[in-house]
Design a protein around this ligand. Structure first.
Ligand SMILES: Nc1nc2c(ncn2[C@@H]2O[C@H](COP(=O)(O)OP(=O)(O)O)[C@@H](O)[C@H]2O)c(=O)[nH]1
Ligand SMILES: [Mg+2]
Length: 315
């Protein structure tokens, strides 16, 4: 089950309307209200129909929602940082409560139907059922809306393969992460001419050493966790929980001080992943600058060599 497969959660009134429509499809007035047994039978059917309909819809919501215990670290952490998980659990709890409560009310009403001695009584029981169910459904109106909001947020989660050898490409904005991703993989990501424009976590795949290797373009400077936007949070968690190897890009052509770029590298080192240093844009950089940099910080400057080095690190 992926986060993109969760079905849209409707408004509580919508579920109610559908159930009532189903339940009242067969009008008992059809047979001139002569045979009480038949009337009772039809009333029981109609209650069952409404209860079953709501029960299956609510059950589907509960079953479809990802449960923290079944998620790997990346997704469970992502859930924690992007949504209020305890609120989510509470909302699911209310849906589950409503489902049970409706079943109880249905049992109650069915007992009354069997004991009913007139058509008027049957009508009263049925409308009583609808009234009580409406009030239960009203109580979960907000929880359902919250769940739908959560579903929409989860819809934007990246579809990462957590079992593949994964290379994260990190570095300051505009250093050429996305460009490198497109050169290393078969993907054609959006390459933007301006910083901070990445809206999606870009993924790409390549075959190396006979394996499918996953590459993730991980934007963000990781400097202030509390100020990270959703993409940066995803990038941070991808480096922490999914990366087997990080390609860290230095860029001497952009106006970011080298010191800041080094600081980010130090932050990334704390994740204790293997790191390859890559110096980008050497095509527009003077040779002596490249040499000077590489003396201090052994870096790869060409794609073929980078591919070779990545292949060497694959387990
Ligand atoms: N000259 C040159 N420009 C590059 C190179 N790699 C990326 N760029 C340019 O740098 C800008 C930012 O690249 P992008 O891949 O979007 O950087 P990101 O923000 O790190 O993903 C774009 O205008 C790219 O065309 C390179 O190797 N050489
Ligand atoms: Mg980019």
């Amino acid at each position: 089950m992926s986060f993109q497969d969760i079905k849209r959660i409707e408004k509580s009134q919508t579920y109610l309307d559908i159930a009532i429509r189903r339940g009242l499809k067969k009008k008992s007035q059809g047979h001139k209200r002569l045979d009480l047994k038949k009337g009772q039978h039809e009333s029981l059917m109609s209650i069952n129909m409404m209860n079953d309909n709501l029960s299956s819809k609510l059950d589907e919501i509960i079953k479809n929602f990802p449960h923290m215990d079944n998620l790997n670290e990346f997704y469970s952490e992502l859930l924690k940082v992007t949504l209020d998980y305890s609120e989510l659990k509470k909302a699911l709890g209310s849906v589950s409560w409503a489902r049970k409560k409706i079943a109880e009310v249905a049992r109650d009403c069915k007992k009354n139907i069997r004991e009913a001695r007139s058509f008027e009584r049957l009508d009263k029981i049925k409308s009583g059922f609808i009234g009580r169910v409406s009030s239960i459904m009203r109580k979960i109106s907000e929880p359902l809306q919250e769940l739908e909001k959560a579903r929409q947020a989860m819809y934007d989660y990246p579809v990462l393969k957590t079992d593949l050898f994964t290379v994260c490409i990190a570095g300051f904005p505009n250093v050429g992460k996305t460009t490198l991703l497109s050169k290393l993989t078969t993907s054609t990501p959006d390459i933007q001419a301006y910083a901070f424009t990445t809206k999606q976590l870009n993924l790409g795949y390549a075959e190396m050493k006979g394996q499918k290797i996953q590459f993730i373009d991980t934007p963000g400077t990781l400097a202030r966790p509390e100020k990270m936007n959703n993409i940066e949070k995803q990038a941070y968690l991808a480096i922490k929980y999914v990366a087997d190897l990080v390609v860290y890009i230095f860029d001497l052509t952009e106006p970011y001080p080298l010191e800041d770029q080094k600081k980010l590298l130090e932050i990334i080192r704390q994740f204790r992943k293997q790191i390859i240093i890559y110096l980008s844009k050497t095509d527009i950089l003077e040779n002596n600058k490249v040499e000077e940099f590489c003396k201090e910080m052994p870096a790869i400057t060409d794609i073929a060599e980078l591919k070779k080095e990545i292949t060497n690190r694959i387990e």
